[in-house]
Design a protein around this ligand. Sequence first.
Ligand SMILES: CC(C)=CC(=O)SCCNC(=O)CCNC(=O)[C@H](O)C(C)(C)COP(=O)(O)OP(=O)(O)OC[C@H]1O[C@@H](n2cnc3c(N)ncnc32)[C@H](O)[C@@H]1OP(=O)(O)O
Length: 257
Amino acid sequence: MSYETIETETHGRVALIRLNRPQALNALNAKLISELDCALAGFEADEGIGCVVITGSEKAFAAGADIKEMAGKTFAEAFLSDFIGRWDTVARARKPIIAAVAGFALGGGCEVAMMCDFIIAADTAQFGQPEIKLGVIPGAGGTQRLTRAIGKAKAMDLVLTGRMMGAEEAERSGLVARVVPAADLVAEALKAGAAIAAMSLPAALMAKDAVNAAFETTLTEGVRYERRLFYSLFATEDQKEGMAAFAEKRKAAFRHR
Ligand SMILES: CC(C)=CC(=O)SCCNC(=O)CCNC(=O)[C@H](O)C(C)(C)COP(=O)(O)OP(=O)(O)OC[C@H]1O[C@@H](n2cnc3c(N)ncnc32)[C@H](O)[C@@H]1OP(=O)(O)O
């Protein structure tokens, strides 16, 4: 498949999607979102892929929704077409997705990064929800996911002032899982992706599902849900293999069954 605004490649069981609109700092226009959608759907359906890494360029993960594309929309066009509604593919993916962020991750760029399961940031990364400066507010989950990730005080600070937050502050605040030197970003993300992709795919999918349930339900319901998933994994060949491998002091060879 050939794309114009993204590039894709695979590294063993890890898929790498690189956002690629350098002239606009990877601003997310309809074409890019639709190509991202299409690439993700392909990797979701491919049993040979166990983890996806989404990255941008050295200068920008993505500088937000394409302001020039949306500037002229009327309320009716925006509301009736629900153009941001199409952005949810990343959040709906079942396979683990890592955002590898260097440079700007602003507005929709920060929101797409937050839709991923975790963020590995280069020391050059800058996160922000600057929509307030454009006379609007975040529209792709920024007020919700950012608040859950870093708490009300910091989320209000970022959303109301539109200021940017560097990688170190983002890690301290809990938005980012780790910070690495910019030169190592993609290699580190692929390494983390390979570690995940080597696990049993059913277990990885259920682990992701269970952690995400913590944001949607009560503690009692969440623990009950986790336990059901836990017991159900005893129906997999991979559970037998994983536990046998431990007892036999060898590395497990999961077959994703
Ligand atoms: C998802 C929803 C609902 C909303 C949103 O995401 S709204 C967008 C939120 N993002 C922003 O407001 C960031 C806008 N960009 C900037 O503030 C700056 O570009 C910067 C701080 C990220 C970088 O500044 P710098 O001086 O280094 O670079 P520029 O000359 O400003 O940009 C280079 C080139 O890229 C174009 N660009 C940048 N961001 C966007 C964008 N979000 N949409 C469309 N185009 C963008 C910028 O216009 C310039 O291109 P031209 O020289 O051809 O104008």
